[in-house]
Design a protein around this ligand. Structure first.
Ligand code: NAP
Length: 309
């Protein structure tokens, strides 16, 4: 079976990752693009989802690659039209919207896949297996990157609901919530927000265990790092294992030894998983990373920093 797919929001991630991954995967055929300003060569183009749905183009599913704040309405329109839906991360700006989308997909008996691309790396799965049954006592996440490189000219990331530095930070949290052997919670957060923006450019977070186990667990997110980018998760367990996930979750080190290093194929694996979900008629929606981000905003202490131009 080949699934006919359309992409909504032909921006950076659609062009860099979704289109190449769909083109490589024989189970999908890209049949349309929807975007107000961009279009694709040799693929029918529409400026709105309604326009696409009103056309005679046959379609099975949709990949929504717009900013999170405009996805709920699009997903509802698509699910109502009988399409299965894949969405980019972060899924929605609030938990309420994600639960509403999930409930609507269930009601329509359609597949909803809320992707977490950083989770797709083999080293992440191996880390999850190695941590099973252990207690984490130390955790240090360092997720520092250059916003100008990854989000050139994008305004939505700085508007309320645009996530700011939590747009990349949620990638680390998506790995964390996948591999942690116990649930963890936000204890406190400092949200460094430029005087001319609505969302943070950096954040320092402290986590806690629910049962009070003594621990030292924190995350440092920063969007002002130029040069080499840092995407690192370091953990120590109660029985003394030191586990590091490096380079965005592609390299796993245990007790100083590299255990696994795999090439980055996150989007190839996303579409492989989507094809399986479509075949099995199953949804895949995990709200845990978004919950932690929402909790950071709920408990966060604002800190005004210099304007970012
Ligand atoms: P982007 O370059 O701004 O692309 C998003 C596209 O969505 C825009 O080009 C725009 O196309 C369309 N859109 C529809 N409604 C919009 C609205 N109300 N405001 C702004 N754009 C609207 O963003 P992106 O970097 O591709 O990110 C999209 C999603 O992918 C985000 O959730 C992000 O976290 C995720 N992601 C991004 C990266 C990355 O490296 N940038 C990596 C992984 C995941 P038209 O103007 O043509 O309609």
């Amino acid at each position: 079976m080949t699934y006919k797919i359309a992409i909504i929001g032909l921006g950076k991630i659609a062009m860099d990752q979704h289109i190449p991954a769909i083109t490589k995967n024989k189970k999908f055929k890209l049949v349309a693009g929807v975007s107000r300003n961009a279009s694709l060569k040799d693929v029918p183009h529409f400026t709105s989802l309604s326009e696409l749905l009103a056309s005679k183009i046959k379609l099975d599913c949709l990949a929504i690659c717009t900013p999170p704040s405009v996805r709920l309405q699009m997903a509802i329109e698509a699910l109502k039209a009988g399409l299965d839906v894949l969405i980019e991360k972060p899924p929605t700006p609030t938990m309420g919207e994600l639960f509403a989308m999930q409930a609507f997909a269930r009601k329509q008996k359609r597949v909803l896949y809320a992707t977490w691309h950083s989770r797709m790396n083999a080293a992440v799965e191996e880390a999850r297996v190695r941590l099973k049954g252990k207690r984490v006592t130390q955790l240090k996440i360092t997720w520092r990157e250059d916003v100008r490189h990854w989000h050139p000219g994008q305004e939505w990331i700085w508007q309320a609901g645009g996530f700011g530095v939590f747009d990349p930070g949620i990638n680390a949290l998506s790995i964390l919530t996948r591999i942690m052997p116990q649930e963890l919670f936000v204890q406190s957060a400092v949200l460094e927000t430029p005087a001319n923006k609505a969302t943070p450019i950096a954040a320092q977070i402290k986590f806690k265990h629910g049962d009070g186990l003594a621990s030292d667990m924190s995350a440092d997110f920063d969007w002002r790092q130029t040069g080499e980018q840092t995407w690192k998760i370091e953990m120590t367990t109660q029985d003394g294992m030191k586990l590091n996930l490096l380079k965005g979750g592609t390299v796993l080190e245990i007790n100083g030894k590299t255990i696994l290093e795999a090439p980055m194929e996150e989007y190839e694996l996303i579409y492989k998983h989507f094809a399986k979900l479509l075949k099995d008629r199953k949804s895949d929606v995990d709200a845990a990373p978004l919950q932690l981000v929402c909790d950071c905003f709920m408990l966060g202490q604002p800190k005004l920093v210099a304007e970012f131009l």
